[in-house]
Design a protein around this ligand. Sequence first.
Ligand SMILES: *[C@@H]1O[C@H](CO)[C@@H](O)[C@H](O)[C@H]1NC(C)=O
Ligand SMILES: *[C@@H]1O[C@H](CO)[C@@H](O)[C@H](O)[C@H]1NC(C)=O
Ligand SMILES: *[C@@H]1O[C@H](CO)[C@@H](O)[C@H](O)[C@H]1NC(C)=O
Ligand SMILES: CC(=O)N[C@H]1CO[C@H](CO)[C@@H](O)[C@@H]1O
Length: 806
Amino acid sequence: MMVMASPPRLVIFILALLFFTFSTYAIEVTFDSKSLMLDGERKLIISGSIHYPRSTADMWPDLIKKAKEGGLNTIETYVFWNVHEPQHRQYDFTGNRDIIRFLKTIREENMYAILRIGPYICGEWNFGGFPMWLHNLKGIKMRTDNDIFEIENEYGDVMKAYGDEGKRYLNWCAKLVNDLHIGIPWIMCKQNDSPWPIINTCNGFYCDQANPNNPNYPKIWTENWSGWFKAWGEATPVRSAEDLAFAVARFFQLDGSVMNYYMYHGGTNFGRTAGGPYIATSYDYDAPLDEYGNLNQPKWGHLRQLHKVLMSMEEVLTHGTRKSTDHGDQVLETVITYHGKCVCFLGNANPSKDARVMFRGQEFIVPAWSVTILEDCFTEVFNTAKVNAQRSVMETVKNDAEKEPFGLKWSWRAERLELHDKRGKVQGVILRAKELMDQKFANDTSDYLYYFTSVHVSKHDPIWGKHTFLQVTGYSGVLHLFFNGKYIGSKWSHHGWDAYTLEKKVKLQLGRNTIVLLSGTVGFKNNEPSFDEKVVGVSHGPVKLTRIGRGHENITKDLSKNEWLYKVGLDGEKKKLYNEHSRKWFTRKLPTDRKFVWYKTTFKAPLGTDPVVVDLSGLGKGEAWVNGHSLGRYWQTLISSEDACSESITCDYRGDYWGKKDVCRKKCGGPTQRWYHVPRGFLQNDDQDNELVLFEEFGGNPSYVNFRTMTVKTACAHAYDGGFLELSCQGDQVFTDIKFAYFGETTGSCGYFHRGRCGATNTMRIVRETCLGHKSCSFNISEDTFGPTHCKNNIDLRLAVQAVCS
Ligand SMILES: *[C@@H]1O[C@H](CO)[C@@H](O)[C@H](O)[C@H]1NC(C)=O
Ligand SMILES: *[C@@H]1O[C@H](CO)[C@@H](O)[C@H](O)[C@H]1NC(C)=O
Ligand SMILES: *[C@@H]1O[C@H](CO)[C@@H](O)[C@H](O)[C@H]1NC(C)=O
Ligand SMILES: CC(=O)N[C@H]1CO[C@H](CO)[C@@H](O)[C@@H]1O
């Protein structure tokens, strides 16, 4: 089941298009209905989102290079306010927050950049990119006509909820940015009423049917959702290469000229940057580049071929005149002509029926839910449903630098929980209030906030008795409960945003009884109207003691207006246990299944250049650090439901991706994430020891933890006659075996290919000769290459290959 009930990735609003030239000189960016123009020259913009804080600075050159090789000419990113100004007036542009270095890296590849300046950003990013201190400024009302709050972004979908003030504010924003005269166009996503000259643009899985609100605007697709994000307790979403290519080809068929993949590289929500709440640490997004920066094949390669075809037609697509003819049954032909040149698209949006289209005297078979592109309105050069790119099967490989991969030696320390002392006192209190506070008041410097109170009970008190319960209602996150110095229970919100009530029987004592609530957030909300005002923590409560009376009537004492004391964060966080070497850690009696424990171990970095991951199986919930860098939160015990995945190995790409395409999900019935990215930039080189520290909140066993690398072990293809196939291994690996190779009639899929009745008998020998011992190899797929197949004319000739890399 799809779990995010909140609207998908919402919205957008103002975004500046900032184009960097190859030289240091700026260029002028203008537009009309057909395209953007850079210094007067029409351009197709094929862009992809890569968010700089979701990778490390040393990964940027490779990611951007792979994006360029993948056929993009532009990289898009948000600007993340809360990473740059975590505390009021304290700025940070170091490490992976160095946006200028990121933009320079883009320029070094001779690519353009689109900058979405925010300040609000949706992006499954903590609190929509707003620093929490902003919310706590006196008199502020966010995202509306309010003097303290300034500028806006991604507003279209939520504006209505702000009434007239919302509209006034929208116009104020538009005027503000226009008055800056910076020489580049401004755009607002999903803002159908954007005021001139701010271009409204579309976000979605498909944007072919969306049109700008002014005939003089180009058609821009700012967020083409290349996949989807993961949340704790959910399975892994998958969007097929065929469907994504279909959406892109349709968009360019129907007047599109600027398109951006959201995401091209999703990356990782390091530290506590994930929003949601309950957005997972991996932000892989099933994007063309995977979380670690590997090619996600066949998506990357299939789209690359499409981009090459589109770019080869740039002149006609950006200048030409379009004429579309409806063939019925959702089949649409579009002819685009310019100065005697011609490009044609045959689109079949029927989700189940292949189409035979007669076009200029030729018959074309256009598979269901696909687009065929004809280079000169005659030769088919691409069909979105025919994937010629390799399918890579990623596998983890054990750490060759460790002699005993499962023999990590652990030491540990218990978290020093803050409970009342004998006299009822607590240390480190930052606030006393006669109310239950929303956790946001603490400015989000830690996931954890303590709430303390105490109750005096006398013999005559109506709640004094044996059958007394403590009930606490919390919102959005995790709660641990302590009574009279003892842990009595935990509970958490199901999806992250819902309320939950924890009820536990307690043993009252005469005199003082102490109550401690330890509330933990798992990312703050990042979307929907007034998301910044949603309750977090034990806020409204109530917190009450209830005794069940003799006649089963309940006697209740509401503690919500008691005096409450507040303390932020864990003791281990304050002592920086994730990055210090002076304190004592224990090596004996390693505890397992114990709450609130810190674990530490050392390991050697795996050799080579393949991405490094750590397997956190066996643990509960918490946060992990390597050499002081946070890898993010982990949550191994929140299991996704069994029934959200398809039974079959392949998922049908046909039909609208959203909603019913839940069948494409993977990894149901297990933890949402098993492998956590350890960027090589966090590791010490050579033979030096690296340190892994875990804070385990729920209880688990670290003995299963191990480090691995992620690489391509199997490369498969099922490519079409007339196409071109390139097979590659990753890093330093080469092809060492060919398990299957046949050109002719072939069926099945990777790992399960079968020969049909006819085919070229030399295929295996030719593939072996070409590929074995090489990092990559390529073929023109035809009888010229593999020899005669003796297949009848009505058989689709395909090359099926399964190769092994090592
Ligand atoms: C949170 O930030 C606000 C605004 O900067 C500040 O006034 C307030 O004192 C901070 N609260 C805490 C608990 O640090
Ligand atoms: C009394 O409280 C108990 C424990 O919360 C609850 O299960 C029960 O429904 C309550 N009874 C009444 C009559 O409200
Ligand atoms: C594929 O064919 C093209 C032209 O037909 C040729 O230039 C190219 O070298 C061939 N590639 C391979 C790998 O055979
Ligand atoms: C999920 C979503 O927002 N889909 C949208 C994608 O774009 C099309 C066309 O603009 C909309 O109709 C969909 O609602």
